[in-house]
Design a protein around this ligand. Structure first.
Ligand SMILES: [Zn+2]
Length: 448
């Protein structure tokens, strides 16, 4: 009865999670330090790459918070000696790609420590990331998600819940909690939108989970549902999407999940909190004029053992809020402010300045009659602006708004060339990025 055992394990994790929802910051930090002592000792003994990092930095395990961070590219380069299951990256990538091709979302690889689930993240600039999680880690994940997302936990478990996941992949990860009271439906993003919308309407989910751009497209395709909660995952949740989904489906909360782990969960007041019961966050200031309090997280996952994440620098930027009204001690995230690659680098007063995607999104949200857009940096001082619909009015207003945003960011708007084009229809299943930097300073065109 492995499935029954799994369900018991998941519910046990969910119930245990209540003890990790600290209301006292000092107690939360003591809890993290306790976890770190055990965890780092184990990881250093089983992950040669991690042991070497400590050695090369001349640091003891107790000084882990001073360890120089590693980023995603560094993690992937050292994959074979970083993971503790004896996996090599070539095998992992082959299994993950085959799974994506065959739409089999439970790809596993045997290891001496039991089978592990394999996944891929697309990432930006071809910088794909691979991730591996053990069965035990999956069940714990499911328990944590259940505890934070199920309305009225634990009494919510007594009512029948129908959870609809509209996702590209990773179905296996989520389906591990299915049962009679708790039913899961996995809606494959690569199917036609009107079929998906009809399926969703017929299923009548009590919890609806998916990327906001797709949920919004389903709404547009006529899907009707009144879930108690809509959960936004996998993409940055923008204000206009949130408003549309709340009008169409119901209250929206967001989960902050990345290749690097489950990083943030919504509190009872609907705000996003860092998953600090399991993950320790340090922050690096990003600096520069007009950065608006953006911080770059360096995380240390205090649980993951198959693919340890120790002092791992994320691509995302976060803006944190003051304490939340819900009383939880974990820090509240005001915004996940796009990816590093999405910040534009444009000529400014003395050299180049960073223009954050938030500024451009804000500008484009002010263009009347604009349904969808993309802004792409394609040269040292060249932006490609794709508009839907493209009319003389949206064209003119978009240019005015972008110039305003550039000027407010300290860029020299006069020197930036704007090329305006109609926006082609989006490919289904492709992760949407509205603001992208395709140009790289090192790609031959030096800073102007
Ligand atoms: Zn809160």
């Amino acid at each position: 009865m492995p499935e029954l055992l799994d369900r018991v394990t998941v519910v046990r994790h969910a119930l245990g999670e209540g003890r990790r929802m600290f209301r006292d910051r000092a107690a939360l930090e003591r809890h993290q330090e306790r976890l770190a002592v055990h965890h780092l000792r184990w990881v250093a003994a089983h992950s040669p790459f991690t042991a070497r990092r400590f050695l090369e930095a001349g640091l003891g395990l107790g000084q882990w918070r001073e360890l120089p961070p590693v980023d995603k590219a560094g993690m992937m380069a050292a994959f074979d000696t970083l993971n503790t299951a004896g996996l090599c990256l070539t095998d992992v990538l082959a299994v993950a790609r085959r799974a994506e091709d065959t739409r089999d979302f439970t790809p596993t690889l045997p290891t001496p420590r039991g089978p592990v689930t394999v996944g891929l993240s697309s990432g930006t600039g071809g910088n794909a990331g691979a991730f591996v999680v053990s069965r035990g880690e999956r069940l714990q994940w499911a328990g944590v998600v259940l505890r934070w997302l199920l309305p009225a936990f634990p009494l919510g478990l007594l009512h029948r819940q129908r959870v609809a996941f509209v996702l590209r992949a990773d179905g296996g990860l989520y389906r591990s909690v299915g049962s009679a009271r708790l039913a899961f439906r996995f809606l494959d993003l690569l199917r036609p939108l009107d079929e998906l919308a009809a399926d969703l309407t017929a299923y009548a989910p009590t919890l609806l989970i998916g990327p906001p751009s797709v949920l919004r497209a389903l709404l547009g395709a006529g899907a009707v549902a009144q879930p108690t909660r809509v959960v936004s995952v996998a993409e940055v949740l923008e204000d206009d999407d949130r408003a549309a989904l709340e009008r169409g489906f119901g209250p929206v909360v967001q989960v902050y999940q990345a290749t690097e782990g489950l990083l943030g969960l919504p509190c009872p007041h609907g705000h996003l909190h860092l998953n600090e019961g399991h993950v320790h966050f340090d922050f690096e200031p990003v600096g520069g004029p007009g950065d608006g309090g953006h911080l770059r997280p360096v995380l240390t996952d205090l649980r993951r053992t198959t693919q340890p994440m120790i002092r791992h620098r994320l691509d995302d930027l976060l803006v944190l809020a003051d304490r939340c009204s819900c009383g939880l001690a974990s820090r509240r995230v005001l915004r996940v402010a796009g990816r590093q690659d999405d910040a534009l680098s444009l000529p400014g007063g003395a050299g180049r300045v960073t223009v954050w995607p938030d500024f451009l999104r804000g500008a484009m949200n002010r263009v009347p009659g604009l349904r969808e857009y993309r802004v792409e940096q394609i040269g040292a001082a060249d932006l490609r602006v794709l508009l839907d619909p493209l009319t003389p009015e949206t064209w003119q207003e978009a240019c005015v708004q972008i110039c305003g945003a550039l000027t407010r960011s300290g860029a020299d708007a006069v020197r930036v060339r704007l090329g305006v084009q109609p926006l082609p229809a989006a490919l289904p299943g492709v992760k949407r990025r509205r603001v992208r930097r395709l140009w790289r300073p090192e790609s031959g065109e030096g800073p102007s």
